[in-house]
Design a protein around this ligand. Sequence first.
Ligand code: DX5
Ligand code: ZN
Length: 218
Amino acid sequence: MAANPIFIAPSILACDFGRLHEEVCRSEASGADWHHLDVMDGHFVDNISFGPAFVDAVAKRATKPLDVHLMIEQPDHFLPRFLSSAANITVHVEARHEVARTLAEIRVAGRTCGLSLRPRTPFSAVEPFLEKLDLLLVMTVEPGFGGQPFMPEMLEKVRAAAAFRAAHNLHFRIEVDGGINLKTAGPSIAAGADTLVAGTSAFHATDMAAAVWAMRTA
Ligand code: DX5
Ligand code: ZN
C-alpha cells in the first residue's frame, strides 16, 4: 500500500488577520499544501476564533484546499455554512451530534470528512468510525489556542491509527495538530502522521518556505 505523501497545513489562526489575503498568498508561496482553519465557538473550547464569513474570505484568495477544523459543540447544525468553501471538514468525536450522520452529510456534500479527538479521549472512541474517514486528526495539544507545547504521549494514538490503517488496508490521512515544529515533525511522521498542521512554527518563522520544507522532510 502506497503511503500518503506528507502534507503541510499552516494554521490560519497564527497569521496576521489584518493582512489576511497577503497571509493566504504567503502560505501558498511557501509550498504548503492546505490551509488549516480552526473554527471555535466558545463552548466546545474556551476560545472564539472565527466563523463562516471569515472562512469564505480565505477561500476567495486561496487556490489550495481549505481544511476546516470545527471545534464547535453542534457541528451538524453549522456544517452547511462551511460547505461552499471547505475541501475537508473535520468534526470532533466529543461534540454533541450523531457522529456517523455528520460524517455522511459531509461526504454526501462532496467534501472529504475528518474526525478529531482531544488529548484525554482514548483512541477507542474513534475506532468505530475509521473505515468511513478520509482523515483522522489527533490533537497533540488541548484544543483552543495556538502556541502550546506538543504532547509527545499523543504519538501513541498516531501509532495505533497507523497500525489500524495498515491492518484494514485503509487510506485515511493521519493529521497532527498542536505544537508541530522542526523538533516535533520528525517524531510525528515516524509515528505515522502524514499531515502536519503548523501554526506558530510556520507563520512566525523568519522564512516560512524553509520551515515548511524542513517539516515536510523531517
Ligand atoms: C489548536 C488548533 C491548532 C492551532 C495550532 O486548538 O487546533 O490548529 O492553530 O497552532 P500551533 O501550531 O501554534 O500549536
Ligand atoms: Zn486545528
